[in-house]
Design a protein around this ligand. Structure first.
Ligand SMILES: [Zn+2]
Length: 696
């Protein structure tokens, strides 16, 4: 993968987006201080950051000039090496600029980080359209005994072709214009959603069911009514807890009509532009272009995959709905079906009644420091590594914890593999999301990979134990899966073939695999101890937590299919054949059992239509792969059995040195299939006793 920005929904950092403009590499400014890998080492002066970034860009340009100037026969050493060096400099610059934008400690530094990201993106776009570099790479004889390099070059050439580099000048100018338009329209779409907050008015009586602190936060107007917004902190509790069906419906319609009708035209324009871009590049639809460099390969394969997952999950979803409806009828006699506006409310009521589980009840067993230590310990055993705290490491903030990662398995034991930074608690001005981000790519024998978690978990303040929610601990496992993929997968000879460089539709598999470890009682018991008494999480509470966590998986898969199918259908045909309303209704009806509410226009605020475009299926594909991977482990001995090392060697360590389909085959001995997903969806129907046994 060349310069494609990361688009993962979990929040993997977008480092280099496809923006266009002239790269500025002006020299002769204040010499930057600090080391060449870490922008923050030179201090927090924005001007220093700019000089530091420009030095990286200049180095990258030098590598390209060197490559282009070669007069002899093309070789891996005189062409692929400087090409990868140029990408390495761009990645270091982009990653660091992103970090200063996301976690920098002053507003001017964050602003400068953002500005630098634009400059670096331009340089990356220039390289992705550089015909001389493309021709040079094409002329390199592929080394017979080096499949990793062969794959690396072939993939680079494919990306160049998909960017249109081999077209004539007029066509390339058109492509660039269309790409600019895609970027601009995507920004407008996102901004309309961000600015598209709507308001709902409620009477005091309609607030019944909401938590006391929620009501407290909202002050009534002179006429006694309350104003609620469609922002998540306001909307989510309404969907979950409000007893009034009228208020739930009002909020449902407001939430699902954000940026409507404004974004209808923006979206149609985006579909048209991408369709034209695909045609110009020789593809019949945008969905085919977007899947061409992915595991999925084509929109036809995608349709087949979605159909197979539908066949596997449809009955499970129906069974869950049957149970939910029976429950709702008991509570509200006379009810014949559940409206889409009431789906979340009834699911929450059912979950509470059936599993007797409240997220709050496990928080005392998950104080932040214990969870961090527990996850490091789990990962160390599973991946055969050792984490050693780095005392006195200079980072961007004193609260960041730094660890060196050492190999602790078999040959090469004790070798330093890389460094991780954990920036885990909120700070003024810091990015609000949870993400895993590469910082430094790895190059064997020359440069060790570094990566970080940027999270906003509670804790980190003296006197606050940072009691975590169940869902937060799962997120920690997930993001740590990405981080280990980066460190272990970035030990090869090419900087741009590390763990994060695998096909975009495989990126979420290792992270989702690690999430599954959270279902194991032995692992969780090793660190889930009451923050005051030290008591281990009681067995029955653990079982309830697990059972509640497994509830609704069939419906979840069906919902993912709804989003995936809609995303595919708007991009797999000519835009004049796209009727957004009709397609949305058709998929809502097909994939959810709830009664359709007229007026739902969710697609105008579905921002993944700009980023993922037709590739929203990534979530469900990677869930299939992740649970298939997990099913290979011995449930009685998850951490210490031989499978863990085999997983590290065949899935994580190769990084992007081979196609992701090969990584899957190497580990499973076959392609992924849906058997494990079926078992995973069926777990909720097992008795708690049976589930507990399996988890031992
Ligand atoms: Zn993720």
């Amino acid at each position: 993968m060349l310069f494609r920005g990361r688009l993962a929904g979990c929040g993997i950092a977008v480092c280099v987006a496809l923006l266009v403009g002239g790269a500025g590499c002006a020299m002769g400014e204040a010499a930057p201080v600090g080391d060449p890998l870490h922008a923050w080492s030179g201090g927090t002066d924005p001007a220093q950051l700019e000089s530091w970034v420009k030095l990286r860009l200049a180095a990258s340009k030098q590598d390209i000039d060197k490559l282009v100037a070669v007069a002899d026969a093309r070789t891996v050493e005189n062409t692929v090496r400087p090409y990868d060096d140029a990408l390495n400099e761009l990645a270091i610059a982009g990653n660091n600029a992103y970090f200063m934008f996301a976690v920098g400690n002053t507003a001017p530094l964050r602003d400068k980080g953002q500005a630098m990201l634009g400059v670096i993106s331009s340089a990356a776009t220039d390289l992705s359209l550089n015909q001389k570099v493309y021709r040079a790479l094409s002329a390199v004889p592929l080394p017979a005994g080096d499949p990793a390099t062969t794959h690396y070059v072939q993939r680079a050439l494919l990306e160049y072709k998909l960017a249109g580099v081999d077209r004539d000048d007029a066509t390339r100018a058109k492509i660039r214009q269309l790409q600019d338009r895609v970027t601009a329209l995507s920004l407008v779409f996102g901004r309309n959603v961000a600015d598209g907050m709507l308001k709902v008015t409620a009477t005091k009586a309609e607030l019944e069911g909401l938590p006391a602190d929620y009501v407290e936060r909202h002050k009534p107007a002179a006429d006694g009514t309350y104003t609620l917004t469609t922002d998540e902190p306001d909307a989510d509790p309404v969907f979950n807890f409000v007893k009034s069906p009228e208020l739930r419906l009002k909020m449902y319609l407001a939430y699902n009509r954000r940026a409507y009708p404004k974004n209808v035209d923006v979206l149609m324009d985006l579909l048209k532009t991408r369709y034209e871009l695909a045609n110009t590049l020789g593809f019949s639809t945008y969905a085919d272009l977007a899947t061409a460099d992915q595991m999925m390969g084509s929109s036809n394969n995608l349709r087949t995959f979605l159909k197979e997952v539908d066949d596997a999950s449809r009955d499970v979803g129906k069974r869950e709905y049957g149970q939910l409806l029976t429950f709702a009828k008991e509570q509200q006699p006379g009810l014949t079906n559940i409206s889409a506006a009431d789906a979340t409310y009834w699911s929450e009521q059912y979950r509470r009644a059936k599993y007797d589980f409240d997220q709050q009840s496990v928080r005392p067993y998950f104080p932040y420091d214990q969870v961090q230590a527990g996850i490091l310990k789990t990962a160390a055993r599973l991946f055969h590594v050792e984490f050693k705290p780095v005392v006195g490491a200079k980072t961007w903030d004193p609260s960041v914890a730094t660890f060196d990662v050492y190999d602790a398995g078999g040959m090469g034991s004790g070798k330093l593999l890389g460094r991780i930074y954990l920036d885990m608690h909120p700070r003024e001005g810091k990015d609000k999301w949870f993400s895993s981000a590469p910082l430094v790519p790895g190059v064997r024998g020359r440069q060790l990979p570094e990566g970080a978690l940027i999270c906003n978990f509670s804790g980190g303040v003296a006197g606050d134990p940072g009691l975590m929610l169940y869902s937060e601990v799962v997120t920690f496992f997930h993001e740590f899966g990405h981080l280990m993929h980066h460190i272990l997968g970035s030990q090869g000879q090419w900087s741009a073939a590390g763990g994060f460089n695998v096909e975009g539709d495989f990126v979420e598999a290792p992270s989702q695999m690690l999430e599954e470890m959270f279902r194991d009682r032995t692992i969780i018991s090793s660190f889930a101890k009451h923050y005051q008494t030290g008591e281990t999480i009681p067995a029955d509470l653990f079982e309830k937590m697990n059972a509640a966590g497994a509830y609704g998986r069939g419906s979840w898969v069906q919902r993912q299919l709804m989003y995936s199918t809609f995303s595919l259908q708007v991009y797999d045909r000519a835009p004049e054949k796209v009727d957004l309303d009709a397609l949305w209704k058709e998929n809502m009806t097909r994939f959810t059992p709830f009664t359709l509410v007229e007026g739902n226009r969710f697609f105008t605020s579905f921002t993944h239509l700009t980023g993922y475009a037709s590739n929203y299926y990534t979530y469900v594909l990677d869930k299939v792969i992740a649970v298939d991977f997990f099913a290979q482990f011995d449930r009685k001995d998850l951490l210490d059995g031989p499978t863990a090392m085999r997983y590290r060697r065949s899935v994580l360590e190769p990084g992007a040195s081979k196609p992701a389909t090969a990584l899957v085959k190497d580990f499973l001995g076959r392609e992924q299939n849906l058997d494990a997903l079926k078992v995973w969806m069926g777990e909720e129907f097992q008795t708690p006793a049976g589930a507990a046994k399996a988890g031992k």
